[in-house]
Write a protein that binds this ligand. Structure first.
Ligand SMILES: Cc1cc2nc3c(=O)[nH]c(=O)nc-3n(C[C@H](O)[C@H](O)[C@H](O)COP(=O)(O)O)c2cc1C
Length: 412
């Protein structure tokens, strides 16, 4: 597999694509995608978590053919990573959800559409074909969530993802600093920067400002103007949601349900008890509770306590093929990614998304070859060792403060 195609010669990895997106998008839009909550500790740790685990390769195993495929919820996928739900992806590129769906189908990987998509869920279902996943919030107005669930079912989504780590919005400080608001508004602080990105601006002018299209009718029915859609959406986040609601929505779906945003073993066991088919261990990419641990910290314990009762997915910080292998070795079935394909979309639309997926597949295949694993089932806990203590000793020595500094910068 060759990741270095023509126009992307200089984009060798996801971090390169992130920098390209940073160049191509107005600061406020890039920061909305890239940023996280408060001091962004979880976001930085999401990258550092992978350095705490090292590989123990096995050699002289025939790896002339590497099989990265796996089955999830009754469907076969080409690789153990998928595109996670990201709201208003249309900010990166007009109708990005359609592009994400098509590229996911083309690459044979899972796609999960956000409730807050900038394209109506029915249209995305058509683009994605059978097998797509739909992410739902249990809103203050339960009937609105029930109707979204029914629409997703009718449209042909097969897997429901219930996100439960949004009892309220995360405190993302880059947004007010950039005067980022929805609907988008030009202010003194962001006007110059926006004008410096004419490509993005022209696309926006042509396609109109993205808005949460699935909610338009509900919001207008509730008296919100089209302008007030996002405020309406935020007002719908409900801190009173409990396991009783999650159990109700799980039963309503009549198909595989994944609970997204868990980190505690108790919650994962509860998810199994109420009939979920899977969980996503996630700190929401560091966008919700700053300081929340990264998934690898809890993954081995959770897999051990859970056995094979549920499919375990992880997200938050996965940027390299080797990251995916570490999660597999520690008990995850597969991983999802939020920002990676948005960086691709922001940098170059569909071609950028396709390139990100290509990079990750190429990295994964090479890393499995070098690790000595010809298939995903051959990756075991024996392939990794925890280096946490050594890593801490290394960076806490004053002489090595520079090491920590470099890692922090690399993670930014
Ligand atoms: C711009 C953006 C929007 C997001 N919107 C949603 C959403 O609507 N629903 C949801 O469950 N998660 C949402 N997430 C969280 C992602 O699904 C995922 O948990 C997170 O991005 C994983 O971290 P990563 O970006 O480091 O891969 C969003 C993330 C980003 C970056």
């Amino acid at each position: 597999m060759e990741a270095r195609a023509g126009r992307f010669k200089h984009i060798l990895n996801v971090e390169d694509m992130r920098r390209e997106a940073c160049r191509r998008l107005p600061r406020a839009i890039f920061d909305f995608i890239d940023g996280a909550a408060e001091d962004e500790v979880s976001r930085r740790r999401n990258r550092m978590q992978f350095e705490d685990w090292g590989f123990v390769q096995r050699v002289l195993n025939d790896v002339s053919r590497v099989d990265m495929s796996l089955e999830l919820f009754g469907r076969r996928y080409a690789a153990p990573f998928g595109i996670g739900p990201t709201g208003l992806a249309g900010l990166a590129w007009p109708r990005a959800e359609i592009l994400l769906a098509k590229e996911a189908v083309g690459a044979g990987i899972p796609l999960c559409l956000s409730t807050v998509s900038s394209v109506r869920l029915e249209e995305v279902a058509d683009a994605a074909g059978p097998g797509a996943w739909f992410q739902l919030y249990i809103f203050r107005n339960r009937d609105l969530s029930r109707s979204l669930l029914a629409r997703a079912k009718t449209a042909g989504f097969e897997v429901l993802v219930l996100t439960v780590d949004c009892a309220t919005g995360g405190n993302r400080e880059r947004d007010p600093r950039n005067d980022f608001m929805l609907p988008l508004k030009l202010t003194r602080r962001n006007v110059l920067d926006t004008l410096r990105h004419p490509g993005w601006l022209m696309r926006l002018a042509k396609s109109g400002a993205p808005r949460p299209e699935n909610m338009v009718e509900a919001a207008t029915g509730a008296g919100a103007s089209a302008q007030g859609l996002v405020a309406f959406m935020n007002s719908q986040l409900d801190p009173s949601v409990t396991w009783t609601d999650v159990a109700e929505f799980t039963a309503l779906w009549k198909g595989p349900v994944i609970i997204k945003g868990l980190l505690s073993v108790h919650d994962v066991l509860r998810a199994a008890d109420i009939g979920a088919s899977g969980v996503i261990l996630s700190n929401h990419g560091g966008r919700q509770l700053d300081g929340a641990v990264s998934p690898l910290t809890v993954l081995p314990e959770i897999r051990q306590q859970l056995g094979n009762r549920l499919t375990i997915l992880c997200d938050s910080g996965f940027r390299r093929g080797t990251d995916i292998i570490k999660a597999r070795a520690l008990g995850a079935d597969a991983v999802l990614m939020g920002r990676n394909t948005l960086y691709g979309a922001g940098a170059a639309g569909a071609a950028g998304i396709a390139h990100v997926i290509r990079i990750l597949k190429t990295e994964l295949e090479r890393a499995m070859t070098l690790l000595g694993a010809a298939s995903l089932s051959e990756i075991t806990p024996e392939h990794v060792r925890y280096l946490g203590a050594a890593h801490l000793a290394e960076v806490s020595a004053p002489a090595n403060y520079a090491v920590l500094q470099r890692r922090m910068e690399a993670a930014m």
